[in-house]
Design a protein around this ligand. Structure first.
Ligand code: RNT
Ligand code: ZN
Length: 409
């Protein structure tokens, strides 16, 4: 089947071998938080901050050992280059508060990442699910003790990120996302933003190695219980990032449903060396559903591939579903991302771009439709085969569910 598919693609000037070779090298950062419903290991026990997991499928990882075992199993069923995306709330054995975290609280993760052969580790300060989130605010809080606490937390996260980068010999993306906002009509939209600006300035005043640590800011339009106003909005962070030479992270669940991140990627590529992504699937709102092989995902992948931006766009996943087997959620989403990248790599972009330049929109439409039904599935199967994987991961996961997850009651 693959040999036939290869020939079919050749007719369109598309080289399946080079597509497969390129796909192998595009890293995807996989979030640790799908395994335990974003609960973390540092004691909070419940999720807050306008985000929510729903469902009570059995088998949630309840501790570090279980989470590691699940990650190991799930990652083994994922093709391609993998990075691990950690939240600070996954500190191991910390008896200090989040403002005092140190690299040593994450050494066990480094050992694990090396053990399972990951390419790198990315990191996120955790500014939710904690009693120092006061009145829903963190870095924008009017309470100086609260604001300072979270500034300190972010500063320690930069140090930990540098440690990850050094240990893994690969950059570490530090993504700053805060839940700050208001449920109802604010009386002042500016002051909280000025405080957030000040907090970010204080955080970035720390000396860190810019080659090792990439700092990003993640905007959002609203959250549950934070419907009317978000301090860290898109315009706020894009301007902050541009002026301070840091990076924007686009989460495709964080915009109005008719706004597309696929269109925002090239807009930012015109100005930034790097763009970070949280790939998720919004259903009506920032619902963090499992990523599937859908149109917008394909468009996102196309923008990465056809702009030669596989090294500029840092791809990370961000979703959490507690209503289905969590390992299957992980693998389905990661494979969907990989599929979309392969799909984009199997398009004759230069020919299509030229048609657009020539304003031959008739041919462009016809040709864009044509490539949609080339035998993509056969190339995907071949890629999996070369990664020593089969299409079927469900049976493996069901077996694991029976043998391991069922015991967790
Ligand atoms: C929330 C943001 C944020 C979180 C993770 C857990 O809306 O998307 O990225 O999902 O940090
Ligand atoms: Zn996100």
């Amino acid at each position: 089947m693959y040999q036939l598919a290869k020939k079919e693609y050749e007719k369109y000037g598309i080289d399946t071998e080079s597509a497969i070779a390129k796909l192998k090298d595009i890293p995807v950062s996989i979030h640790c938080w799908q395994g335990d419903d974003v609960i973390g290991l540092d004691g909070g026990g419940s999720l807050s901050g306008g985000i929510q997991t729903t469902g009570n499928y059995p088998g949630r990882a309840r501790n570090f050992e279980e989470l590691k075992a699940d990650i190991k199993k799930a990652f083994a069923l994922m093709p391609g280059k993998k990075r691990l995306n950690l939240h600070a709330s996954y500190a191991v054995g910390a008896i200090v508060d989040r403002d005092k975290y140190e690299p040593k609280h994450f050494k066990a993760w480094v050992d694990f990442a090396k053990e399972i052969g990951l390419q790198g580790i990315d990191f996120n300060p955790t500014m939710f699910s904690h009693d120092k989130v006061k009145d829903g605010l963190t870095l924008s809080s009017p309470n100086e003790n609260i604001r300072k606490f979270w500034v300190e937390h972010c500063k320690t996260c930069l140090k930990i990120a540098e440690y990850f980068a050094t240990e893994m010999n690969s950059h570490c993306l530090v993504n700053i996302w805060i839940p700050d906002g208001f449920k109802d009509v604010p009386a002042d939209r500016l002051t909280p933003r000025l405080r957030l600006k000040k907090s970010l300035d204080e955080i970035l005043s720390v000396k860190y190695d810019k080659k090792k640590v990439i700092v990003a800011v993640e905007s959002k339009v609203f959250g549950i219980g934070v419907e009317s106003y978000t301090v860290g909005s898109n315009e706020f962070y894009q301007n902050y990032a541009a002026k301070n030479d840091i990076c924007c992270l686009l989460d495709n669940g964080h915009y109005h449903p008719l706004e597309y991140v696929s269109d925002k990627i090239p807009a930012l590529l015109a100005f930034y060396d790097r763009v970070a992504l949280h790939v998720t699937r919004g259903v009506r709102w920032d619902s963090d559903h499992v990523v599937l092989f859908e149109d917008e995902l394909k468009e996102i992948a196309k923008e990465i591939v056809r702009n030669d931006a596989t090294e500029k766009v840092l791809i990370g996943l961000d979703y959490f579903d507690a209503s289905i087997n969590r390992l299957s959620a992980w693998v389905t989403g990661q494979r969907a991302m990989q599929k979309a990248l392969l799909y984009a790599l199997l398009i004759n972009h230069s020919e299509l771009k030229q048609l657009q330049e020539n304003a031959d929109f008739t041919t462009l439409m016809v040709k864009q439709e044509e490539v949609k039904d080339l035998p993509f599935g056969a190339v995907w199967k071949e890629y999996l085969k070369r990664e020593n994987l089969s299409e079927d991961y469900l049976n493996e996961i069901k077996k694991y569910e029976k043998e391991v997850l069922k015991e967790r009651v």
